[in-house]
Design a protein around this ligand. Structure first.
Ligand code: LLP
Length: 424
């Protein structure tokens, strides 16, 4: 298990490269990823037979390529993510299912794609079984089961229980088996993902429920998936989940099932956040500092168009100041940190519900850089062009070298495809 990190609020470098140099070379705001951190997290999960990266967390081609070279396979939730996986060199079809499509619907484009490329499907709705079966009878499929309970770091990331739209309701399993039979589809996998930011207590329940489901489906099952949801610490009060214990619970479930079914099962894990969150840094510049009554505001050139987690979930991201003078110490003050957007909610220091709070940070001045840390998961991928802001650049640091992996968007990219109707 990784050592519990510290959260320094002064930062000079990222993966050995000066933040000032990075900002000057690539501009701000820019996402910077430390490849070594991703590789370390991959190693933590080696006990599992299959590590399937939930690319929704950070789907840039260079990141997909990096994990692919480690033997990590991939999950896709849309036609776009399938195309990304293919573009990054993952192979479609075949026994090993390098790409699995996991979702609760097929849109028309994605149904065509999974049929054309023979991509394994993890069905999250009974209708998907019929839609696939009608066009591609005889295939193997996985069923994603909603066990009737869930857990997440926020109500918005809880994917189990009857408030959630995800997965096949556990009591509808028999109906789904009949649908699969009707089309000659074979259920080779059972998958459960109850939420993002889960814990061991819920896990034991998940394992029990998965075991029951597999036994109800029977001997066609050769793969079980633990889903994703592994948490990472975002602040000093949080820890990692006990990974050895996490594996032990799943492995014990697998072994019991192997005994009952009389054949081997592969055990898969499907993390997004765990692999990439800690590798990502959003580097921004402080462009204004102002006093509003009792509150000091640091206003950055990055906003919720770049990192939406605080406004969406009240998510906490550690922050650090990059002192221009190279200082090792600075006095601190309590400040509110916000972005450039025309909206009061564009605040990085807020709690769920939109309550603005203060953060103790080293005193900084205009033109210094502020780094939003642990932003690799659900950072860039959830960014937008709100206020006609370009998507940020992305940089990957590997073996002491920083390389641009995505150009900053240009204005022409933002308006591409738009048309002004000719006057009538
Ligand atoms: N598998 C399935 C079926 C999922 O729905 C998800 C996440 C994962 C795996 C990966 O979960 P992870 O290991 O990253 O926790 N935007 C939110 C998180 C949404 C997660 C959606 N599904 C956030 O920023 O916290």
């Amino acid at each position: 298990m990784p050592a519990i990190p510290t959260f320094p609020t002064l930062r000079h470098e990222i993966a050995g490269i000066s933040v000032g140099d990075l900002a000057r070379a690539f501009g701000t705001p820019t996402y910077v990823y430390d490849a070594a951190k991703i590789l370390e997290r991959v190693e933590d999960l080696r006990p599992f037979d299959v590590i399937r990266y939930a690319q929704k967390a950070c789907s840039s081609l260079a990141i997909l390529d990096l994990v692919r070279r480690q033997g990590v396979v991939v999950d896709a939730v849309s036609a776009g993510e399938i195309r990304r996986a293919l573009a990054a060199g993952y192979k479609a079809g075949g026994q090993n299912s390098e790409i699995v499509y996991t979702a609760d619907i097929f849109d028309r484009e994605v149904l065509d794609l999974v049929i054309q490329h023979n991509i394994h499907v993890n069905c999250g709705s009974p209708d998907m079984i019929d839609q696939l079966g009608e066009r591609a009878p005889g295939r193997n499929i996985t069923l994603r089961i909603n066990p009737g309970f869930g857990h997440g770091h926020s109500q918005k990331t809880n994917t189990g229980g009857e408030q959630s739209k995800h997965g096949i309701w556990h009591a509808q399993l028999d109906d789904c088996l009949r649908r699969a039979d009707r089309h000659g589809l074979m259920i080779s996998g059972i998958h459960m993902h109850i939420g993002s930011g889960t814990d061991l207590e819920h896990l034991a329940q998940v394992c029990g429920s998965l075991e029951k489901t597999v036994l109800a489906v029977g001997r066609s099952v050769t793969n079980i998936s633990a889903g994703g949801g592994l948490p990472i610490p975002y602040n000093a009060g949080q820890t990692y989940v006990d990974l050895p214990e996490y594996f032990r619970l799943w492995d014990a479930t697998r072994k019991r099932l192997e005994e009952k079914l009389g054949h081997k099962l592969t055990l898969e894990i499907e993390p997004g956040r765990y692999l990439v969150a800690e590798s990502g840094y959003l580097v921004s510049e402080i462009r204004a500092i102002k006093q509003m009554g009792d509150n000091t505001f640091y206003l950055l050139d990055a906003g919720f168009n770049n990192l939406a987690r605080p406004i969406l979930y009240g998510a906490y991201h550690p922050m650090s100041i990059v002192p221009k003078d190279g200082a090792k110490e600075r006095p601190t003050s309590d400040v509110v940190v916000g972005g450039p957007l025309c909206e009061s909610g564009d605040i990085f220091t807020q709690e769920e519900g939109g309550f603005v709070c203060k953060r103790t940070l080293p005193v900084a001045s205009i033109g210094e850089f502020l780094v939003l840390e642990r932003a690799g998961a659900y950072g860039f991928v959830m960014s937008s062009n709100y206020n006609s802001k370009p998507l940020a650049a992305e940089v990957l640091i590997q073996n002491g070298k920083a390389e641009l992996i995505r150009e900053r968007q240009k204005f022409e990219d933002i308006i591409r495809g738009e048309r002004i109707p000719s006057p009538r």
